[in-house]
Design a protein around this ligand. Sequence first.
Ligand SMILES: *Cc1c(COP(=O)(O)O)cnc(C)c1O
Length: 419
Amino acid sequence: MTHPAPSHILPTYARAPLEFERGDGVWLTTTDGNRYLDLGGGIAVASLGYSHPHLTAALQDQGAKLWHTSNLYRIPGGERLADRLCEATFAEVVFFTNSGAEANEAAIKMARKYQSSCGHPEKFRIVTFEGAFHGRTLATIAAGGQQKYIDGFGPKVEGFDQVPFDDWAAFEAAVGPETGAVMVEPIQGEGGIRTVPTERLRALRAFCDAHGLLLIFDEIQTGVGRTGTLFAGEKAGVSPDIMSIAKGIGGGFPMGACLATREAAKGMAVGSHGTTFGGNPLAMAVGNAVMDVVMEPGFLEHVRSMGLAFKQRLAELQDRHPSVIAEIRGDGLMLGLRCAVPNGDLVAAARERHVLVIAAGDNVVRLLPPLVISEAEVAEAMRRLDAACTDIEAHRRPGPASAGADAGHNTSAVLKGAA
Ligand SMILES: *Cc1c(COP(=O)(O)O)cnc(C)c1O
């Protein structure tokens, strides 16, 4: 399964030694025929699972007609998807991108341009939160503020002020005469499934209104049904001025979008931003197909009830394995297990039991399964996670090969080869 010669892929990922050939629903099958239950969903991307017939048909239909025209011409599928996204949200305009980071770049540029067009070009700074993840472009690593992503890449892009996740006084202190916007994930994904409390989201909205700041939600991971509502901010009854989405909206096709009110977008005129590929007919066909399914009556109820079923069983799992699992977090089908062992150990042990989960910050293991997961599959997932926890306990019991406490985040020296 591993490459015999050094790979020509730039080694920026510590990849698990698995190669998948096909997928079906929540299941992935390797090239050598092993099936894995995927609770990672390709990092919250495979929102409708693999090989969803409606998505496959939409892709094949459009694939036989027209892939790309550029944004020099009108794209009916994009007009339609923008109408639907605006119909379903606070938004009045949409800019389509190829990725989450690009959706955030559009959001950042739009917020700066808004302040500039209001006669405040000096208000270009954006307050963000520790533990945030907004992407890997030069601006979005500065927005996310994580030193490990910034180091060595030259001067950090100017204009982002980071405050602790849960410190209102620090937040207020960070807002100054140059601040133009606040950017926040309603639930931090990479940061470890950390939920911003409802009252805090409301307080941010009120604060932004009182101080002429734009509120930007990064719903790239939380959006498109993941938390059981179409967007996570809805639960708090809070609308942003600008919202970035990606991951789930494409169901695996690379696409994103920046949604905004007309007011927030008023600085963006012809020529002020662009993309060659963003919003192309192929992407728009898939995005519309995802919306067809997510907007079907009952779909979001399904997400909520599967989320509840998971959370209940995860609480039981924690009760049975307190030496492995310290805390359950999250909402809908965006769940986190804060680990009492290195989170990489649980990721590896789960993989040995053929279930895929994803490490996150704060020593958390994330579950972001396809939203179409069934009750029986939730039960199967729990049996496998339970077995994985038991395996970890067996390996950690004092003995000749007792576990090192500081195994890496994504690999486990202890469990490697333990199959
Ligand atoms: C994944 C993610 C991004 C970056 O998206 P890319 O498509 O990888 O550029 C930004 N913000 C959040 C919250 C994400 O989860």
